[in-house]
Design a protein around this ligand. Structure first.
Ligand code: NAD
Ligand code: LMR
Length: 331
């Protein structure tokens, strides 16, 4: 029997990431080849943005995707989040060259107050919210606080792009394929302080420090490359990453819905329960396993070396600092 359609809201649907993301959702790559979807496409109430969104909707129609049951285009967030099962919060300003992601906090943060409230009041009572718009950890914190009726566990921010980037770098250095890299944790913030944990990663089944003998590379250029990859793409393209971000969001949602293989995990920024010394309530990236029934858990008891501890603490300190800047948006 065909399952009932899932209602999926995407904000910033006429933007770069939206353009790369929507055909992949509508063709079944996020929710599976048997799962029909109804897309709620949300943009700002601006003539140009709504005209562009109309064009995106025409293209979706022209694909005649079998799984796409219906589509709504709106700038009214209450209508946009009505009854949705998933809210994918992409819409917000990207940074330009020379900026850090948290330079966007004053401009983008307020967006997530209204969206959090609208999700709280209008979305399905089990709606899952994923924040992509930067600075995504702190924007997720804002949305979660403004949606008090939904469980905190239903909110996450995306560090999967960083995980995928780290896997690609480690695989290239080890001379293997990126599918041979597993257990890749990004700790902390989706920012230049994140710690891509090569120590707990496995490369062809071996710990990072064993598989790659070049310690200097692991401890400095590798970490820097992952931390700065977004900036490198902006410098090269003049625009921030788009299809790799959309691809990471497909991975993020799919892997939160499917059971994670016992031997692996993925990086997800979730509300801390105090694990690994990260203060409760911060949205920080952890190693996470999903149970395939809608639940997930932070992988416990991983070894954290002094080298890792110092870096995780620095990223957490940055998250605390970001929280202090937007404290008044937390309601
Ligand atoms: P873009 O400028 O191409 O598109 C953003 C779209 O969002 C625009 O169409 C804009 O009109 C819309 N928008 C702005 N405010 C909105 C609001 N309040 N409601 C609905 N729509 C709104 O940008 P992009 O390249 O698609 O990037 C979007 C965001 O994603 C940026 O903040 C970027 O930094 C972030 N990003 C995050 C990651 C990650 O790994 N977490 C990766 C890439 C990009
Ligand atoms: C990325 O990591 O590519 C995005 O967060 C965009 C950015 O500002 O770097």
């Amino acid at each position: 029997m065909t399952p009932a359609p899932l209602r999926v809201a995407v904000t910033g649907a006429a933007g770069q990431i939206g353009y790369a993301l929507l055909p992949r959702i509508a063709s079944g790559q996020m929710f599976g080849p048997d799962q029909p979807v109804i897309l709620h496409l949300i943009e700002i109430p601006n003539e140009k943005a709504m005209a562009a969104l109309g064009g995106v909707a025409m293209e979706l129609e022209d694909c005649a995707f079998p799984l796409l049951q219906d589509m709504l285009c709106t700038s009214d967030i209450n209508a946009g989040f009505k009854d949705v099962d998933w809210a994918l919060l992409v819409g917000s300003k990207p940074r330009g060259p020379g900026m850090e992601r948290n330079d966007l906090i004053k401009e983008n943060g307020p967006i997530f107050v209204g969206q959090g409230k609208a999700i709280n009041d209008h979305a399905s009572s089990d709606c899952r919210t994923v924040v992509v718009g930067n600075p995504c950890n702190t924007n997720c914190l804002i949305a979660m606080h403004n949606a008090p009726d939904l469980p905190d566990a239903n909110f996450s921010a995306m560090t999967r792009l960083d995980e995928n980037r780290a896997k690609a770098q480690l695989a290239a250095k080890a001379g293997t394929h990126h599918t041979a890299v597993a257990n890749m944790t990004i700790w902390g913030n989706h920012s230049a302080t994140q710690f891509p944990d090569f120590e707990n990663a496995r490369i062809d089944g071996r710990p990072g420090r064993e598989a790659i003998a070049d310690v200097v590379w692991l401890e400095t250029p590798f970490i820097k490359t992952v931390q700065q990859r977004g900036a490198a793409i902006i410098k090269a393209r003049g625009l921030s990453s788009a299809f790799s971000a959309a691809n990471a969001l497909i991975d993020h949602v799919r892997d939160l819905r499917e059971k994670t293989p016992d031997a692996d995990w993925h990086s997800v920024a979730v509300c801390s329960d105090g694990s690994y010394g990260v203060p409760s309530g911060l949205i920080s990236s952890f190693p996470v396993r999903a149970d395939g029934k809608g639940g997930w858990a932070i992988v416990p008891d991983l070894p954290v070396s002094d080298f890792a501890r110092e870096r995780i603490d620095a990223s957490v300190a940055e998250l605390q600092q970001e929280r202090s800047v937007i404290q008044e948006l937390l309601g």
